[in-house]
Design a protein around this ligand. Structure first.
Ligand code: NDP
Length: 246
């Protein structure tokens, strides 16, 4: 039997990159999976088709993470359509750049809304549905621990806040047998941080393994935390960065 057989997961921002890899990996492990997306309807439908091709149920929901009502409704719709919710993966994120005096308020508000407030809103909505053994897994960043160059303070701030949030949620929901874990990727080859982009060589140079992660590398850690072997991991952060912060 597959480790997530009979489970349902919701992955926010599952149309591309790390979120798509997580959605497919959880389906490979047996789960039915819903994903949200903001703009990429076709890409989201491709992910749904891949999951259905594995013999699982799948659902793509357009929901801007900056819109609290949309996030709440995506959580409720997942539970109604796919028969409950066992695993919430908060993955959707934006990466605004700019020095602290120059970055615009609009970008700051958007980063706070998508990278932080949406996680809070999603967890509040999911808490109603998650059973004993439920999992909350949030995708942070190694930049919460070390910011190696200028122009990333707002992004780093949103990702650092997830650490305290995860610890608090672990305490809030631990008595119910629900765990909360932060997975912190380092540079990962996606549209957000392409391995052939202009900064790729500099990014790789900081990395002990001299390469970007493949999104599947991050998904493998999420699958471990989501599965039976992850049942005693809670309130902690797991860094998956190829030694970038070593
Ligand atoms: P991508 O930009 O490749 O993909 C982002 C995903 O999030 C897409 O599915 C996108 O949907 C979705 N998304 C973005 N904004 C919203 C929104 N407002 N509402 C709903 N969905 C949204 O990013 P990555 O896959 O690289 O990043 C995934 C997560 O991993 C993020 O939290 C990021 O901060 C984190 N991370 C990434 C690293 C990297 O090097 N790539 C390193 C460390 C952390 P759509 O397709 O519709 O736009």
């Amino acid at each position: 039997m597959r480790p997530l057989e009979g489970r349902t997961a919701l992955v926010t921002g599952g149309s591309r990159g790390i979120g798509a890899a997580i959605a497919v990996r959880l389906a490979e492990d047996g789960a039915n999976v819903a994903i949200t997306y903001e703009k990429s309807r076709e890409r989201a439908e491709e992910v749904v088709a891949r999951i259905e091709g594995l013999g699982r149920k799948a659902l793509a929901i357009q929901a801007d993470s900056a819109d609290a009502a949309a996030v709440t409704s995506a959580v409720d719709r997942t539970a109604e359509t796919l028969d409950g919710l066992d695993i919430l993966v908060n993955n959707a994120g934006v990466f605004p750049t700019g020095s602290i005096g120059e970055i615009g308020l609009e970008d700051i508000d958007r980063a706070l809304a998508v990278n932080l407030r949406a996680v809070i809103v999603g967890v509040r909505a999911a808490a109603k549905h998650l059973p004993d053994g439920g999992r909350i897994i949030t995708i942070g960043s190694t930049l919460s621990e070390r910011v190696p160059r200028a122009g990333m303070s707002i992004y780093a701030a949103t990702k650092s806040a997830l650490s305290g949030l995860t610890k608090g949620i672990a305490r809030d929901l631990g008595a119910r047998g629900v765990t909360a874990v932060l997975v912190q990727p380092g540079p990962t080859d996606t549209d957000m941080n392409p391995a052939n982009g202009p900064r790729a060589a500099a990014v790789r140079a900081m990395n002990a393994l001299d390469r970007h992660a493949d999104p599947a590398d991050i998904a493998a850690t999420v699958a471990h935390v989501a599965g039976p072997a992850g049942r005693f991991i809670t309130g902690s952060a797991i860094t998956v960065d190829g030694g970038s912060n070593a």
